[in-house]
Design a protein around this ligand. Sequence first.
Ligand SMILES: Nc1nc2c(ncn2[C@@H]2O[C@H](COP(=O)(O)OP(=O)(O)OP(=O)(O)O)[C@@H](O)[C@H]2O)c(=O)[nH]1
Length: 484
Amino acid sequence: MDPNDILALIAGGGGVFLVIGAGAWAVLRGRGGKSPDAGTDDQQGPEGTGSTGAPTATKERPAAPTWADTLSAPAEPAAPPAEDTAAAPTEDAPTAEAPEQTAAPAGDEATRADAPTAAEPATAAVEPDAAEPAAQPSAQESAEESAPVEDVAGTPTTERPSVAVIETPEAPQDRMVRLRDRLSRSGSIGRGILGLLTRSTVDESTWDEIEETLLLADLGPDATDELLANLRRRIQVLGTEDPAAVREVLREELVGLVDPQLDRRIAATVRTAPDGETVPSVILMVGVNGTGKTTTVGKLARVLVAAERSVVLGAADTFRAAAADQLATWGSRVGVDTVRSDKDGADPAAVAFDAVKQGIDQGVDVVIIDTAGRLQNKKGLMDELGKVRRVAEKGLHGDQVAEVLLVIDATTGQNGMQQARVFSEAVNITGIVLTKLDGTAKGGIVVNVQRELGVPVKMVGLGEGMDDLTPFDTYSFVDALLGD
Ligand SMILES: Nc1nc2c(ncn2[C@@H]2O[C@H](COP(=O)(O)OP(=O)(O)OP(=O)(O)O)[C@@H](O)[C@H]2O)c(=O)[nH]1
């Protein structure tokens, strides 16, 4: 992106925060050169400037990440495939291991872009499990090995798009502007709290009201306690006479909670498998039915096509017959093939296998697999998602699924959080897509879900439209919460 465009974007979004220092600008320019799509319009680096992430260090505001930044996760697989079910916890013992692994290390974002570490989200969630090495397949795997997948899948078919009607997705900058608009329209945590904090007297009942506001906004108890403690401390020193200063304190604290340091990139290019073969990045889309999985797969396919990545879609949501049609329609609009079964209720794992196979045969960058979310209990969910993943990986020449993105409906509050927990215990999630953020005033769920699952929100859905998907940007999000 042209530097003037970046400035225009920032200035258009929030004059209050026009504090881009020369250092931040230099970092932005420097990181632009590392974009894999250098020379295109979208060259700023990912959010986070290499600052420590402490609230007081967030005055500088880097430009929002573009799709080019977001689709730039390291392409090389770091480890042999893991066994999901081996690592999965029992019904009574929720796991806490995924969170630490997937948070990006604090430090220089620009360095990480060039030198991926094992702790990065694109690879960390598929670390080998010592208890059950991939070289010793389980009984379940052996059974899967001996059963030809076509038997359970029906005949795999590929829905080929008509070439005449391929659409061009909207530019990323426009999405950012809409993100701000829609969030600020849907109400704001920040405005309510600011009103309370700038009262002439901020007493205990005021703090109680602030706490209630934060909890109602789905921030979650831990983050609420932390924010309250920090605000109390800082407001005590600062006083409440200067509304602009109070607002800045609140902004800094919210930015710290949302955490600009998290690595929100998505693996979306071909990778070299352990045996030297070139394979696509496989993205598994999981989540409860109705959260927006199929829609998000369609939107993401558009984004990828706009970024000149080749894509195959896998309709592994075989529970709902219309889901495959829905997916094929999305694909056809941007010239992307959809692999599906001709049999209702076919084995989703077999469809995933076929999609990966076709992706490899066609030499595409990305295979996105849509899954069903209708599972009665955690055991069923683990079995199904574990199998989809394992079978998809059978064709990957020793590589692993690159991303498992959990789609969460932001309007579902605590219910959505509970579902998110179950999914993250069933399969190692590498990132979250928060949909329907356009329809809720409860933006606090971003903080809550990141803390709870230990993985970053990577994208947000802002409507039912084809281009209503955007990379998540901490600073735009916090500005939107604060309102203008
Ligand atoms: N407002 C809004 N609606 C959305 C968003 N994302 C998806 N939807 C809508 O949510 C509804 C469900 O979306 P689907 O993509 O079918 O959900 P799914 O998770 O695939 O559901 P199943 O196929 O039943 O598992 C549709 O009406 C979508 O248009 C969003 O970001 N904002």
